[in-house]
Design a binder for this molecule. Structure first.
Ligand SMILES: C[S@@+](CC[C@H](N)C(=O)[O-])C[C@H]1O[C@@H](n2cnc3c(N)ncnc32)[C@H](O)[C@@H]1O
Length: 365
């Protein structure tokens, strides 16, 4: 009897050299993969008994975990072909100037098919998304998300713990809100909780929302005492669907966020719903004047929506803030009073019309 033809082995490798020691590369790889897979709907539990799960289905189990060297997983790419178990390996090697990290997937010939079918997956399913990730639209989105629109990574955590360029905005907003112990503040897009830290010094209570899981964790960490005292709750949520009760907050604030929002009117309506009658809303957002400055570099600027003053007022009025008014405060005096370095002050001095402050109240019906 003629033997069935053996299927050719099928394997795919991607590799990169990172300018980090092997120890650092290993811990960054584990952390970044956990976070990024999470954003893509895959839960990665690292460690010797680690797993990868997609919507409740087990996709991978760690078979070997040698820190700084290699991680090997048994992989189940196709539960509809339950016998097909493939292998995924992540390897770390010293090379001049850093560490070479290789991700290899081995096996699965019958899942991917013969000849042109396997090649179809390789080029269309793997190489094309890889190249797209390096083309301007996706790379610009990645840089924007990473740094500002949905911040993640060590650099973003450091910046948003104390965002120097935002401190003058914070000082202005706190002056406008004039918070006290009886206040209940809502912040939309709280980042690392730096404004909350200052606001909570008034003795107020606060609830904050952000859609970046890393920023939510950071805001909680940076305000742990207030969280422990029950004075602060930080929630991971979309600005346009605030999971907060109506008629609850005496004040609401949103800064450095509005231009990124895909649903600005819905967000303003949600804020309006959440504040009590008479409650105050203060929003701060950058204007076109800041494009190209450290406060609004590319590729963020191209992905940030700028509003005319009248347009912003109209949106806020449509959401119910009938007295909404915008002004363009010069933040230089706040930057100077805070003792910020001269190069930071210079950005404010050079762009006196760089920010819009919208203030509105929820009026009695
Ligand atoms: C540039 S940061 C500003 C953070 C903080 N307000 C500050 O001034 O330092 C923008 C923040 O808004 C959050 N954000 C952007 N779009 C959002 C959305 N649609 N829903 C909730 N949060 C959002 C981001 O995750 C990020 O933390």
């Amino acid at each position: 009897m003629p033997r069935a033809p053996r299927q050719a082995p099928f394997s795919v490798q991607v590799a990169g050299v990172v300018p980090l020691s092997r120890t650092a590369a290993f811990s960054v790889a584990v952390e970044e993969l956990r976070e990024a897979l999470g954003r893509l709907g895959l839960e990665f539990v690292p460690g010797a008994k680690g797993t990868v799960t997609e919507r409740g289905t087990r996709v991978g189990e760690v078979k070997a975990w040698t820190a700084r060297e290699r991680v090997r997983l048994a992989w189940h790419p196709a539960p509809w072909m339950s016998d097909e178990v493939t292998e995924v390996e992540l390897r770390f090697e010293d090379v001049p100037g850093g560490t070479k990290v290789t991700l290899e997937h081995r096996g699965g010939a019958s899942v991917f098919g013969e000849g042109a079918e396997a090649a179809g997956w390789l080029f269309g399913g793997a190489f094309a998304p890889f190249l797209r990730s390096l083309a301007p639209a996706a790379l610009g989105d990645w840089v924007t998300d990473r740094a500002a629109r949905r911040p993640s990574g060590p650099r973003a955590r450091e910046i948003y713990s104390d965002p120097e360029f935002h401190r003058p905005n914070f000082a202005l907003l706190l002056e406008v809100l004039d918070l006290g112990p009886k206040d209940r503040l809502l912040e939309v897009g709280c980042g690392g909780g730096a404004l909350l830290r200052e606001a909570l010094q008034s003795g107020c209570r606060a609830t904050a929302v952000d859609h970046s899981p890393e920023m939510v964790r950071l805001a909680r960490q940076n305000n742990r005492a207030a969280v422990a005292e029950g004075r602060l709750e930080v929630i991971e949520a979309e600005a346009s669907r605030l999971p907060v009760p109506e008629d609850t907050f005496t004040s609401a604030v949103c800064t450095g966020v509005f231009g990124f929002l895909p649903h600005p009117l819905e967000t303003l309506r949600e804020v309006h719903r959440a504040v009590v009658t008479g409650g105050r809303f203060a929003l701060f957002t950058g204007t076109r004047a800041l494009v190209g400055t450290p406060a609004c570099p590319e590729p963020m600027a191209a992905r940030f929506r700028f509003y005319e003053d009248a347009e912003l007022e109209e949106l806020a009025r449509s959401a119910g803030f009938r007295d909404a008014a915008v002004r363009r405060p010069d933040l230089t005096r706040y930057a100077v009073a805070l003792g910020l370095p001269e190069e930071v002050v210079a950005v404010f001095r050079g762009h006196a019309d760089g920010g819009q402050l919208l203030v509105g109240h929820k009026a009695r019906l």
